[in-house]
Design a protein around this ligand. Sequence first.
Ligand SMILES: [Zn+2]
Length: 260
Amino acid sequence: MAREAKLRSRRVKPRADANLLTLKRNSAIERYPFDDISTRLKVNVSPRAKRLALRLCPKTRTMNLVVPPRASMKSAYHFALENEEWIKEKIRELPRPVRLRDGAIIPVFGRDRRIVVLYNENLKYTDILLKKDEIIVMTNKENPSARIKRFLIEQTRARITELAEQKCAALGRDYKSITIRDTVSRWGSCSSDGRLSFSWRLVFAPKNVLDYVVAHECSHLIHMDHSQRFWDLCESISRDFDGGIDWMRENAHTLMRFNA
Ligand SMILES: [Zn+2]
């Protein structure tokens, strides 16, 4: 929208007004039937936004309507209304969510495995085994989903650590730490002081893809950019460089469908 120049020059209001502004904004949102466009549409007034935008969030299965602080709610509503069909289509296209519970079939390190929950109230704790085709969950919990997620996070950590050690040995460089996160926007990152972090959902990606993502972040230990030298290095320590890149480009968003 063509309101950018005006927005950029606006001064920030003093903090005392913040609550009042929020109140006004909420009542402005209520004046328009956003829910009629889609119940998955969420209005999000963002101080940093420069323009009206629609952003799909696969994790929460919502379409966020990003509204700059100074844009009118009326213009935001009409913007959403103009894009109603597109919004509905994008929501429809989202892969069905998969919950970590009994009977669910989830790919773990590239192999589909069925979650089998064996409930026994007399058990002292939950024990989980990763089998060839199954994930056996022996538990005293009626809903062990969070526990299964924790198990998968530990599996991811173990596998990624193993891969990172291989890659770093090949590079002659050490990483400082590995953190496994529940991030929405990034699959991996590498800080300038050598801290690597990865999304736990990579556990659902094929093996060659996980290998590529780890190779990518480890290569940043040497080149902090995406220069040709970086890509050459990354390719040299990836098992399937092209396959990994292609898969991530086309399918990474589908990893978001898994949830505890
Ligand atoms: Zn990168």
